[in-house]
Ligand binder design. Sequence first.
Ligand SMILES: Nc1nc2c(c(=O)[nH]1)N[C@H]1C(S)=C(S)[C@@H](COP(=O)(O)OP(=O)(O)OC[C@H]3O[C@@H](n4cnc5c(=O)[nH]c(N)nc54)[C@H](O)[C@@H]3O)O[C@H]1N2
Ligand SMILES: Nc1nc2c(c(=O)[nH]1)N[C@H]1C(S)=C(S)[C@@H](COP(=O)(O)OP(=O)(O)OC[C@H]3O[C@@H](n4cnc5c(=O)[nH]c(N)nc54)[C@H](O)[C@@H]3O)O[C@H]1N2
Ligand SMILES: [Mo]
Length: 780
Amino acid sequence: MSTRTGRTASHWGSYEVDTRDDEVVDVRPVPEDADPSPIGQNYRGILRGRSRILRPAVRRGWLEGRRTGRGAEEFVEVSQEEAVELIAAELDRVRRDHGNEAIYGGSYGWGSAGRFHHAQSQVHRFLNAIGGYTRSYNTYSHAADEIVLPHLVGDREWFLRSVPSWEEIVEHTEEFIAFGGLPRRSPQINPGGVGSHLTVLRQVEAARNGVHFTIVTPIRSDTNDELGADWLPLRPNTDVALMLGLAHTILDSGRADVDFLERCCVGWDVVQKELRGELDGVVKDAEWASGITGVPVERILALAERIATRRTLIGVTWSLQRQHHGEQSYWAAMTLAAMSGSMGRPGGGIGTGYSSMHNAHHGDRRSPAAALPQGRNAVATHIPVARISDLLLNPGRAFDYNGSRLIYPDIRLVYWIGGNPFHHHQDLNRMRRAWEKPDTIIVHEPFWNAHAKHADIVMPVATSLERNDFAIGMADGWLSWMDRVAEPPEGVVTDYEVFSAVTEKLGCAEEFTEGRDAWEWVVELWGRSRTKAAGFGIDLPTMAELRERGSIPLEIPRTLPTAFSELRADPEAHPLRTPSGRLELYSETVAGFGYADCPGWARWMEPAEWLGSPLARRHPLHLVSPQPDGKLHSQLDHGQESRRHKREDRAVLRMNPADASARGIRDGDLVRVFNDRGATIACATIDDTLLERVVALPTGAWYDPVDPADPAPLDKHGNPNVLTLDIGTSALAQGPSSHTCLVDVETFAGEAPPVTAFEPPRLIPASDTDRPLRREETDE
Ligand SMILES: Nc1nc2c(c(=O)[nH]1)N[C@H]1C(S)=C(S)[C@@H](COP(=O)(O)OP(=O)(O)OC[C@H]3O[C@@H](n4cnc5c(=O)[nH]c(N)nc54)[C@H](O)[C@@H]3O)O[C@H]1N2
Ligand SMILES: Nc1nc2c(c(=O)[nH]1)N[C@H]1C(S)=C(S)[C@@H](COP(=O)(O)OP(=O)(O)OC[C@H]3O[C@@H](n4cnc5c(=O)[nH]c(N)nc54)[C@H](O)[C@@H]3O)O[C@H]1N2
Ligand SMILES: [Mo]
């Protein structure tokens, strides 16, 4: 028996981990974590569990030259050498016959913490070394934000580095209006790691210091009880109408901050016309907003009064822009904040993501740590990340994106590591049709999730617990060592070693490895980090000392004055990096694009699906699919903390008592959630914190079709993305619109099929097949 104790870091925190025979037996938060996350408990028992991928596997149909059958067919297990041979030969065929742009390496996903083993850096460096690939831009988290903010404020990074921090809020804010709420679960997470969880502590401190919180969300429990927040329930996807109604009320009462609006912004004239109905004949007053949002008129009037008279911070959660016309949520919030009188004053104005993730907003966002260089991509073709199904389904088709007109290239090979599109993408039945298009899909995964099951060549890889590395999260105050606390299963190697072997075969190993093994790279990146940190005035110790100490606190104080304060003081001396140098409440650039679904100023436009749309007669419930408690996305869904949040093995669908009783649904019943795109089985939990006609099904349950050969199979595990809508936010950002979705719910009739999401697919040992291990040529 071998036992080890070491330290690991993850996107949900750092932990001390005990392993026995290379399996995790105990997980403890590190002492420096002020408010540790229970998500770390998911590590127990997963390294050698049934879902672990133990050997490289190749889909039988692929070997026989078939593109169909992904997700339904058995796999042939092969040796590491054979798998590397197959991958190298197929990459070589595709780049020779179709060019490197036929390789899609967008490969979106969070992977694991660790500077060197960071999956996206690895795969992009690898694909650049072999000649380039079609890439993806933006994120699923906040694509619309990434595109629209630069049009409004110029430099998005400057904005994020200077919006009021929690420390500033505790000190100066009087009113915190949280559009999208302040869910306790979300700031457990931080990309790259989090040494000590501070957000909830700061929120409570703010409340104690007299900050008055109002949460504007369809779900009352989107907050922490200790904040004593007022709840303003509204219909999902109608925030823009509410914001405009508030803005109109402030304008009407003569309280708008005309000085700031006229000196520091462009577009105040257009905003007034929009609010007064001079552009479309519709006055955007509180009554109008009430009709759309369901918020009583008196509450809109009262909230507008508070906003205009007290030091107010408008907080917008990222969920507000993961919806159809999501750009407008930010635009309207910016407009409201600019009118409030608090813009550019300590603790006032606007900020984003305050309860979406830990990095919003504590320390400075500049990282003192070096990253693995990705090299140069010789291919220019790209897509906005959430247009993956459109890309595969429509080669050659033109589409709009932030003022440019792009063409979807013809993708023959998809290479994906460190992400799970069967978790993250919308309308999975449509995506499954898209998945039939490429010749070859190659995936590296530690676990047999749906993504691996739908691939052609699956490479098992080591988890973050089976590698040495160091971690630092975005805007986090800690550097952390990561121990190899277990050996991977025999024969299983890291992403880096797979890529090293493939580049060796393709004759470009030197470019990829630069002659270093993984350990030598970690040492190298630590050395580069010491140099980089020195430029920040930070003296990092030797790597041996980091290892010894486990973690190091970092003081990277925020240096920028509150966003817009300098603009307010002197717009000539401190212009923004917009075309006008002002805050652009009206953007001539965006207006010039001429997009019907994204004009150049804040405007309410009906989303494709909402409670006011005709479709609501047939599918009368609005589905929101929030981030899950108990895990990050789909990661370690088979872990114990994740399973604690399931009922009857399925994800939990929360619904209002009235909606449940109207359908004869009782607490704990299995239900079928459905619309025209798909259906899933979840377990109903009756919850009076939800607004009527709103249901919530968290993301993250591994997609688990009853009959994978069916083109639109019933999912039996509660994955909301079989239901969600796969359209861009607008022609501007083309972001995901996951929170725009109507459904209906009924009790599940009959015997529910057991969940098999965590079972491996049928595996055939290589010795049992007489097939030659190469792909047969077909002209399908
Ligand atoms: N309906 C709906 N859908 C959504 C959202 C929503 O709000 N609603 N939110 C969206 C958002 S914000 C996001 S960010 C996405 C998240 O989507 P993803 O980032 O794709 O989800 P993860 O589950 O984190 O996927 C990471 C995968 O990488 C694997 N992995 C971990 N470490 C490694 C490694 O070192 N190497 C390799 N090869 N693999 C590794 C894990 O096992 C896991 O399968 O989901 C989006 N989808
Ligand atoms: N525990 C945990 N935390 C996470 C993650 C995770 O997987 N697990 N994922 C992380 C990632 S990658 C990201 S990007 C962030 C995302 O962070 P967010 O985007 O903030 O997270 P969501 O849970 O999608 O949405 C937050 C709340 O918005 C509300 N909401 C939905 N639609 C609307 C609407 O139209 N109007 C209003 N006013 N409210 C609405 C929902 O009730 C929901 O609870 O979360 C991060 N935090
Ligand atoms: Mo995200």
